[in-house]
Design a protein around this ligand. Structure first.
Ligand code: MEV
Length: 303
């Protein structure tokens, strides 16, 4: 084989971001926004995307460069040309780094016949995210590899949900590393206040699991909105996120909350299918970039 293209999805959190870093439960869904990596055998290492063309470059392509280096420890990679295309906005809480990491691992895995299975790919992807971000739960890389709706840290697959999913991007870059560190500092300063908030977020996920199984979207929505209040309490919301969240709720969403690290980046609204367009327009009117999408069963795959 000379050439292969693999893709992997981004994700949204129904419940549990930040708390998951401390071992609490979270529920995450792969969504139909994907990053594609085409890998062709070559004499040198070349990486290209809208960010430009380069070789191994840990500033511009930290995830892809690390994957090439790690995979070179498993197999003999003399050269490789990687072309990346993505519909997942970068640094927005939708798991763009996990998706490019996982799609690149699978492309090299198949091209060089390394024999890695899905669990190996997710584990390797997580170790790369952890190395680059400092702290990272295994959620993003696991969901991007497996697809569907997943409860972590149990790694339990739940039934797919089929309501409308509307993402609102504030357009403001957010650093997961910084936000996770802010929460860690708050937890250190006020453990008696912050610890119960994080464990309540974990309990929201455990309660939400039953509602996801029954597709009770109104009840899922109530819990997501409570989760949002708690994310606000730990300091990861922002005025821009709040504007998009309230616009979505007022336009008929079941719920709206931050997804991912917060501080900027994206919010997500769950909507009846018939209301998705209306919620997207409301998000756009208050300055957000709206994306209507759906949950996908498809994790990493060959295109
Ligand atoms: C980022 O998408 C989600 C956080 O919980 C960090 C992590 O799980 O690694 C904030």
């Amino acid at each position: 084989m000379q050439k292969i293209t693999c893709s992997a999805p981004g994700k949204i959190y129904l419940f549990g971001e930040h708390a998951v870093v401390y071992g609490e439960s979270a529920i995450c869904c792969a969504v139909d926004l994907r990053t594609q990596v085409q890998a062709c055998l070559s004499d040198t290492v070349q990486i290209s995307s809208v960010l430009g063309d380069t070789g191994i470059d840990h500033d511009r392509y930290p995830y892809v460069s690390s994957v090439v280096e790690k995979m070179s420890e498993i197999t003999d990679i003399k050269g490789i040309k990687l072309c990346i295309k993505s519909d997942i906005p970068v640094g927005s809480g939708l798991g763009s780094s996990a998706a490019v990491t996982i799609a690149t691992i699978q492309a090299l895995n198949l091209l060089f016949e390394c024999g890695l299975g899905a669990e190996d790919i997710a584990t390797l992807g997580h170790s790369i995210e952890k190395k680059i971000q400092g702290v990272a739960s295994s959620t993003d890389t696991y969901v991007s590899t497996m697809g569907g709706v997943v409860m972590v840290p149990l790694k339990k697959k739940l039934h797919i949900i089929d309501c409308g999913i509307v993402i609102g991007n504030t357009g403001k870059f957010s650093s997961t590393r910084q936000l996770v560190s802010n929460v860690a500092q708050l937890k250190k300063n006020y453990p008696k206040i912050i610890d119960p908030i994080l464990s309540t977020i974990g309990r929201i996920s455990l309660t939400g699991e039953k509602m996801v199984a029954k597709k009770e979207y109104e009840s899922i929505g109530v819990l997501m909105n409570i989760n949002q209040g708690l994310l606000d309490a730990i300091g990861v919301s922002s005025p821009e996120l709040a504007d998009l969240i309230y616009a979505a709720r007022n336009a008929g969403a079941y719920s709206a909350k931050i997804t991912g690290a917060g501080g900027g980046g994206c919010m997500v609204a769950l909507t009846p299918l018939s209301e998705a367009e209306q919620v997207a327009s409301a998000i756009t009117r208050v300055g957000g970039k709206a994306i209507i999408t759906k949950v996908t069963e498809h994790g990493v795959r060959v295109e």
